[in-house]
Design a protein around this ligand. Structure first.
Ligand code: HEM
Length: 85
């Protein structure tokens, strides 16, 4: 009886024997962090202009220009922090 091993390899973590051993943790943290940012904050553009989604150079799809946005904690966040403190 063998094991089925599912690999989920992303170039951002390197490949081969020296590939990042923290990739599993990092991938979980990235989605958890992104989820928290969406769930806990309201996001707005800083003006009328659409966000520029142009890709920069490189293998990891960096933005051409840094994202500048405005965020405000949602009402429930303050309540949770107040109750836990
Ligand atoms: C988004 C987050 C992360 C990215 C993009 C990333 C990326 C990388 C890359 C590109 C390498 C070099 C791979 C190579 O030389 O081929 C590396 C190595 C390494 N990473 Fe990460 N990493 C991340 C998070 C983490 C975390 C959370 C840990 C530990 C908890 C970690 C521990 C390490 C270690 C110890 C090495 C050296 C491996 C070796 O040289 O044998 N990394 N990482």
């Amino acid at each position: 009886m063998g094991y089925i091993i599912y690999h989920c390899k992303l170039l951002a973590f390197g490949l081969g024997r020296r590939a990042c051993p923290g990739s599993g943790l990092a991938q979980r943290l990235v989605s958890l962090s992104l989820g928290s940012l969406i769930q806990c904050f309201e996001w707005e553009r800083i003006g009328e202009e659409e966000v520029d989604m142009t890709e920069g150079g490189g293998l990891t799809m960096p933005r051409a220009r840094p994202l500048v946005a405005m965020c405000r904690a949602r009402a429930f966040v303050g309540k949770i922090l107040h109750e836990s403190g």
